[in-house]
Design a protein around this ligand. Structure first.
Ligand code: AQP
Length: 333
C-alpha cells in the first residue's frame, strides 16, 4: 500500500497555518488508500534553540492538535520522532551518502540562516538528511508538503538514488511529493507577504490554535488591511496581499472557493468582513481547541498515546534500518 509520512515541529504553539495547510489535509488523507504516519518532529525542532522546560509541553500540544482535529491514533501511526531512535541513526547514515554540494543548494537554509550561516547549528544545515531519513525509514512513497518543501523531497530522492546506485541495490523507493491543488498558504496578519509561523516575533501576527474567542476577534480586528473595501470579483485581490489572505482564510475555514467568498461579500468594508471572519474562525476552531485543552489536561495519556504510536512506528522502522546497515557492511545490529 502507498504510505504517507508527514511531520510538524514542536517549535512553538500550533498556529492556524499548521491547521489549514497541514493537519486538516492529514485528517482527510486517513480516508484514502494511503497508510498514514504522522510525527511530532522534535529532533527537527532542536535545530534551533528550544527551552527544555517548554519542549515537552509543545510536543504534547502538537500531538493534541493532531488528535483534536481528527487524527485517529488507531488508523494512523502518531508518535514523536525522538522516541524512535532509528530516525537519528538513519540520518547519520544519510549524512554519509548526501554531498556537501547538495546541502549548499538548499534555499530554505539560506533563508533561515540569513547572514548568520556560520552561527547556525550543524543540525539546521544537515536537516534535509534527517528529513530524508524520516521518510525513507518507512519506505514512504508519498509526502504531503508545501511548495517550500519540494526541494527537500527532491533531495530525499537524490539520497535514495545515490544509496541504491552506490550499493547496487534497489532498496529505497522514489518518494513523490503530494502537492494538492492550490496549496493553502496562510500569511502573517501584519504582513501579507510573509507566511504565518509559530516562531514569528509578534503574537499578533498569527492565530494560535489555543487562542480564545476574544483574542481571535482582536487579532482579526487589528489585522493589517488596505483602505479599500472587498472587491466585486476575485481579480480585484491582485496586488492586495493582506486582503487576499483574509479572503483565503475565510475560504479555507468555510470550505468555499475564494471566488464564492468574494461573491458573498462583494463590496463589504473591513468593519463588516473582519467580525464575520472572526465568528467563522471561532465557530470552526473552538471545538478543536476545546478538545485540545481537554487532552492537555492529562499529559500522561498523551504520552501513552505517543508511546503506543512509537512502538508501531518502530515495528516498521527497525527492520528497514537493520537492512540498511547490512547493505552498508556495518555489523552488530
Ligand atoms: N502559514 C502556513 N500556511 C500553510 N501551511 C503552513 N505550515 C506551516 N505554516 C503554514 C505547514 O505546517 C506543517 C508543519 O510545519 P513545520 O512545523 O514542520 O514547520 P514550518 O512550516 O516551518 O512551520 P512554522 O509554523 O512556520 O514553524 P517555525 O516558525 O518553527 O518555522 C507543514 O506541512 C507546513 O507546510
Amino acid at each position: 500500500t502507498p504510505r504517507i509520512f508527514s511531520g510538524i515541529k514542536p517549535s512553538g504553539g500550533l498556529q492556524l497555518g499548521n491547521y489549514l495547510g497541514a493537519i486538516k489535509r492529514f485528517v482527510q488523507m486517513q480516508d484514502t488508500d494511503f497508510e498514514t504516519i504522522y510525527c511530532v518532529v522534535d529532533l527537527h525542532a532542536i535545530t534551533v534553540w528550544q527551552d527544555p522546560a517548554e519542549l515537552p509541553g509543545m510536543t504534547r500540544e502538537v500531538a493534541a492538535g493532531y488528535l483534536a482535529a481528527g487524527i485517529d491514533p488507531e488508523r494512523s501511526i502518531l508518535f514523536n520522532q525522538a522516541a524512535v531512535h532509528e530516525h537519528a541513526e538513519l540520518a547519520w547514515l544519510f549524512n554519509c551518502v548526501a554531498r556537501v554540494g547538495w546541502m549548499n543548494r538548499m534555499t530554505q537554509f539560506k533563508e533561515k540562516a540569513g547572514k548568520n550561516a556560520e552561527k547556525q547549528s550543524l543540525g539546521l544545515y544537515a536537516y534535509p538528511a534527517l528529513m530524508a531519513a524520516d521518510i525513507l525509514l518507512y519506505h514512504a512513497t508519498h509526502v504531503p508538503v508545501g511548495e517550500d518543501q519540494k526541494q527537500h523531497v527532491e533531495l530525499t530522492r537524490d539520497i535514495a538514488a545515490k544509496f541504491n546506485h552506490d550499493y547496487k541495490v534497489d532498496f529505497f523507493p522514489e518518494t513523490q511529493p503530494v502537492i494538492e491543488g492550490p496549496a493553502m498558504r496562510v500569511m502573517n496578519l501584519r504582513d501579507g507577504t510573509k507566511k504565518m509561523s509559530k516562531s514569528g516575533e509578534s503574537d499578533m501576527e498569527r492565530i494560535n490554535m489555543l487562542d480564545d474567542a476574544d483574542t481571535i476577534a482582536k487579532k482579526f480586528r487589528k489585522a493589517r488591511t488596505d483602505a479599500e473595501p472587498l472587491p466585486e470579483t476575485a481579480e480585484g485581490l491582485e496586488g492586495r496581499p493582506e486582503a487576499r489572505n483574509l479572503v483565503d482564510i475565510y475560504a479555507a475555514l468555510s470550505d468555499m472557493t475564494p471566488e464564492a467568498v468574494i461573491a458573498e461579500h462583494a463590496g463589504a468594508g473591513w468593519g463588516a468582513f473582519k467580525p464575520a471572519l472572526a465568528d467563522l474562525a471561532v465557530e470552526k476552531l473552538a471545538p478543536i481547541s476545546g478538545e485540545m485543552r481537554r487532552l492537555l489536561d492529562d499529559p500522561a495519556e498523551i504520552d501513552r498515546t505517543l508511546a503506543r504510536g512509537a512502538e508501531r512506528a518502530r515495528a516498521i522502522a527497525a527492520p528497514i534500518l537493520k537492512r540498511t546497515t547490512e547493505i552498508m557492511g556495518l555489523i552488530g545490529r
